[in-house]
Design a protein around this ligand. Structure first.
Ligand SMILES: *Cc1c(COP(=O)(O)O)cnc(C)c1O
Length: 381
C-alpha cells in the first residue's frame, strides 16, 4: 500500500539494501586529521583540534565563545547549572522532545514543566507558554514562582525539533518579561537559522550534539555557545574538574566534571565543519524532493521549514492521518529495509515525568500519534 513511497525513497538514496535514518557522511579530511592525532599522540582531552573546533564552530554560528563537551546530554547538564538552575526549581520545556532535555533537568534535582508545541515549528509554543505563566506564575523579587507548587521557575528550554527553529523572538521576550533564563536545546539544529541568525545564540547558553546520527558528527560530542565570555570561562572550568590552571599543582575550587571532548573527536568535528555547506545543501535538496513528492499525495503532510527560518532539515518528517496509518506505514517501510521511526513518546507519558506540571498538550499529542521521520542522511557528492 505504501509501495510508491518506498520506491521513491529507494530511488532517492540509490542502491542499498538498508537505508538508514541518518548515517554519518565522511567526505573530507576526517582520516587525515585523525591520523594527525595519532602521529602526534594528542588523542585525549588536550590538543590543537579542541581549541580549533571551539573557535571555528563559534565563528560559524556567530557566537562569541564555544565550549565542547563529551556529548550533548552533558552539555545540557552544564547549561542548566550555568543558567543557575538549582535543586527544587522548575524548568519549562516541551513534552515532545528527546529524553536528554529532561534528564539534564533531573541531574540537577530540578523538575520539568511541560507546555505545548506549535504545529508549524514542532517546538515550544510561545502562546502556550504565555497561557501557562499567566495562569500559574507569580513574579517576586527573587524570581518567577509557580503559585501551585511554590517552586521557582528558573529556566525555559525550547528544543528545535528535527532542526526546525522555534519562535525565538517571542520566547525570548516572554522569558525576559518573567525573568526566566532561556537555554536552547539546539542539539538537532546545527546549520538552522531564525531570521538570519544561527539558533543556539538567542539565550544564555545554546547546546548542540554531534552524535553519530546528527547533522555533523564527532563520533560523540556536544558544544555550548555563549555571548558572555565569563560564562564560557566558567563552563570550561566546570567541565575540566574545576581545576585551577597551574603547571604542576592540582587544586580544585568546587565539584567539577570531566566532560571534556577528546582531541580525536574534535579532529572529526573540524573535518566535518569544513563540509557543512555541502552537507546542508544535500539535505535541503532531499527535503525539497520529499516536499514535492508528498505534495501530490493524499494522506501525507510533509513538514516544511517555519516562516522566516532556514531549517537544516536534520530529519524529514511527515504526518499521517492517525496512529493506525502511522503504525502501518512504519511497519511497511521498516519491513522493506527503509528505516523510519515515530516521534519520541511524550515525556509526560514516561514514569519519571508522569507527575510533572503541564499545560494543555493537544498539539504535542496529535504530532506524537501521527508523525514519522524519513531517511534524511547526506547523499554522496
Ligand atoms: C541528540 C540530542 C541531545 C543530545 O544527545 P547526545 O547523544 O548526548 O549528544 C539532546 N537533545 C536532543 C533533543 C537531541 O536530539
Amino acid at each position: 500500500m505504501y509501495d510508491d513511497v518506498i520506491a521513491f525513497i529507494r530511488k532517492t538514496y540509490g542502491n542499498r539494501e538498508r537505508i538508514f535514518l541518518h548515517d554519518p557522511y565522511f567526505g573530507g579530511n576526517e582520516e587525515r586529521y585523525l591520523s594527525e592525532c595519532i602521529k602526534t599522540t594528542f588523542v585525549s582531552s588536550v590538543g590543537p583540534f579542541v581549541d580549533r573546533f571551539e573557535e571555528e564552530f563559534a565563528a560559524y554560528a556567530g557566537a562569541r565563545k564555544a565550549v565542547v563537551c563529551v556529548n550533548g546530554t552533558n552539555a545540557l547538564h552544564m547549561a542548566m547549572m550555568l543558567a543557575g538552575v538549582r535543586s527544587g526549581d522548575e524548568v519549562i520545556t516541551q513534552a515532545l522532545t528527546f529524553i536528554a532535555t529532561c534528564n539534564a533537568v533531573s541531574y540537577i534535582g530540578a523538575r520539568p514543566v511541560f507546555v505545548d508545541v506549535d504545529g508549524d515549528t514542532l517546538g515550544l509554543s510561545p502562546a502556550a507558554m504565555r497561557k501557562f505563566l499567566e495562569a500559574h506564575a507569580e513574579l517576586r523579587p527573587d524570581g518567577c514562582f509557580n503559585k501551585r507548587t511554590g517552586a521557582r521557575i528558573k529556566a525555559c528550554v525550547p528544543m528545535h525539533t528535527f532542526g526546525h527553529p522555534v519562535h525565538l523572538d517571542e520566547l525570548a521576550a516572554l522569558c525576559a518579561d518573567y525573568r526566566i533564563e532561556l537555554v536552547e536545546d539546539a542539539a538537532e539544529a546545527v546549520g538552522s537559522f531564525y531570521r538570519g541568525k544561527h539558533v543556539g545564540t538567542f539565550g544564555r547558553v545554546g547546546v548542540f550534539s554531534f552524535n553519530g546520527n546528527k547533522t555533523i558528527t564527532t563520533g560523540g560530542g556536544g558544544i555550548m555557545l555563549f555571548s558572555d565570555p565569563e560564562l564560557a570561562k566558567r563552563a570550561k572550568h566546570l567541565t575540566t574538574q574545576s581545576k585551577i590552571p597551574h603547571r604542576w599543582e592540582f587544586v580544585h575550587d568546587e565539584t567539577g566534571y570531566n566532560y571534556r571532548m577528546p582531541n580525536i573527536n574534535a579532529a572529526l568535528g573540524c573535518a566535518q565543519l569544513e563540509q557543512i555547506d555541502y552537507i546542508l545543501s544535500s539535505k535541503r535538496k532531499t527535503a525539497e524532493e520529499y516536499r514535492k513528492f508528498f505534495s501530490g499525495k493524499p494522506g501525507f503532510e510533509f513538514i516544511g521549514e517555519p516562516a522566516e527560518c532556514r531549517s537544516n532539515y536534520w530529519l524529514n518528517a511527515v504526518l499521517l492521518p492517525g496512529r493506525k496509518e502511522r503504525n502501518e506505514f512504519l511497519a511497511a517501510t521498516n519491513d522493506s529495509g527503509v528505516m523510519t521511526r515515530p516521534a519520541w513518546e511524550l515525556m509526560n507519558r514516561l514514569d519519571m515525568y508522569r507527575d510533572c506540571e503541564h499545560g494543555d498538550l493537544t498539539v504535542s499529542e496529535s504530532i506524537a500519534d501521527r508523525l514519522v521521520n524519513l531517511p534524511s542522511g547526506v547523499r554522496q557528492a
